[in-house]
Design a protein around this ligand. Sequence first.
Ligand SMILES: Nc1ncnc2c1ncn2[C@@H]1O[C@H](COP(=O)(O)OP(=O)(O)OP(=O)(O)O)[C@@H](O)[C@H]1O
Length: 578
Amino acid sequence: MLRQLLRNHLAPYRRPIAFLVALQLLQTGATLYLPTLNADIIDKGVVVGDTGYVLTYGAVMIAVSVVQVAGNIGAVYYGARTAAALGRDVRAAVFDRVQSFSARELGHFGAPSLITRTTNDVQQVQMLVLMAFTLMVSAPIMCVGGIVLALGQDVPLSAVLVAVVPVLGVSVGLVVARMRPLFRTMQERLDTVNRVLREQITGNRVIRAFVRDAYERERFRGANRELTDVSVSAGRLMALMFPTVMTVINFSSVAVVWFGAHRIDDGGMEIGALTAFLAYLMQIVMAVMMATFMFMMVPRAEVCAERIEEVLRTETSVRPPVTPLPTPSAVRGRLEIRGADFRYPGAEEPVLRGIDLVAGPGETTAVIGSTGSGKSTLLGLVPRLFDVTGGRVLVDGVDVRELDPAVIARTVGLVPQRPYLFSGTVATNLRYGRPDATDDELWQALETAQAADFVRGLEGGLNAPITQGGTNVSGGQRQRLAIARTLVQRPEIYLFDDSFSALDYRTDALLRAALARDTAGATVVIVAQRVSTIRDADRIVVLDEGRVVGTGRHAELMADNETYREIVLSQLTEAEAA
Ligand SMILES: Nc1ncnc2c1ncn2[C@@H]1O[C@H](COP(=O)(O)OP(=O)(O)OP(=O)(O)O)[C@@H](O)[C@H]1O
């Protein structure tokens, strides 16, 4: 998974990668050359008292060091840039994919997990890549080159290396194998902490109202503790690595000095060669240590890459058509729902069965039914929040599944039951569906939505700030701003999902009268619980347990539809209902 993710997203950066590999080669070569130079200066300059030799090769050493430093800086610079670019690209890819998801896929992953995957998971992969760019080239060359050059200095002493390298390899392998499952648990627990935190922030008012602060605190503490536990376990393993490596380094240094001293005594080796050998030993062990460090990051990055790939490979269940029908020159907005069935994924029973409904331009169609009868689900089928599992939804005679999503977005304006406003200002929210709307158009929509007075009263008017989710305005004000936002969009089909529920009776009546004027030629579908909101509709559709049990005008339904009569008489007296 990790390899695939990197192959796909690093492909555009072949040139900077080639460049940084070249720089790494240069700086590693220089690093490897320095101990040999040093040994020469000691053996051929210092020991025989040749100052000229010391000065000449001292200058060469400085030049080689400059090359090493410059190569290193360049390589790290290009590595950091490329890794950052990779992070940006993967984040964008995940974001694009999530944007295409329908309610079904969003529900499957859950918002907190999607946020962790887009931020933390991508960052883990990015960190590994940066690490790899820094070490991938230099560590193996340093290790192999170090061994070759150490052999060049003294073959018998190199026996120490034969013992050191496998010991390091095995200890690294053991630790890395145990880390992988821990890292998976760690990312999952991070998801949980995010989920609990998010729930507690969004549900803050409910928590206060029910005085559940202590319970929620304990819930967060539990999630936090679980994340800490697994992080500590992983940390312990990591902590074990460095003392192990350091012990190996120290023992091998002692062994080299011990055996080296004997070889010098026997005249089989020079003192400069011993210093060079020690330097190479350090380089080899450092290379193994750096590689270890990188390998420690690999399991976590692999888990993260899997989680990212899972998102990238998930296809939306609401697919846009392969070849959308050409955009119609004039959309009239006639809505037909023919024998529509819908079942939520995983649910046993369908929520909607064989729904038939026709709503024409210039007409107001109302949908009424008890709680949970499927009204919101029915409206969601029109803008394709979900697709029917049977039957069809047609706009101007064309199945919505064959229409270009942009055409649907332009044609259908849904005011959801729980309206959401974005952080910004009143104006940026109102222009959400039509960025080029003029201020006059915004005010006109606000007048119709009965929201102009309250916006005028806000400091800044149209430029008054709105917080994320619209939490700095009241529920009724939020509903009216959401209605105004859809009015600014001027779609051919308006879908109001219980959008007047938070309004008092007077405002509800004023709003509907203004709406009737403003949306005169459009197709209007209103879902409502309140009978007074819908009794004047051209057509009332009565839903009961996902089926249409009656269609007609108020008076007709009062006369012959028992379900409708029950709903009406639970709210109005016989005289009021007449
Ligand atoms: N995401 C979902 N997954 C599974 N079942 C769902 C989902 N959303 C809604 N349902 C179920 O579908 C049924 C219809 O829900 P829907 O929201 O359409 O009803 P409604 O008539 O709009 O209700 P209300 O008047 O309370 O808003 C309910 O029984 C509900 O439990």
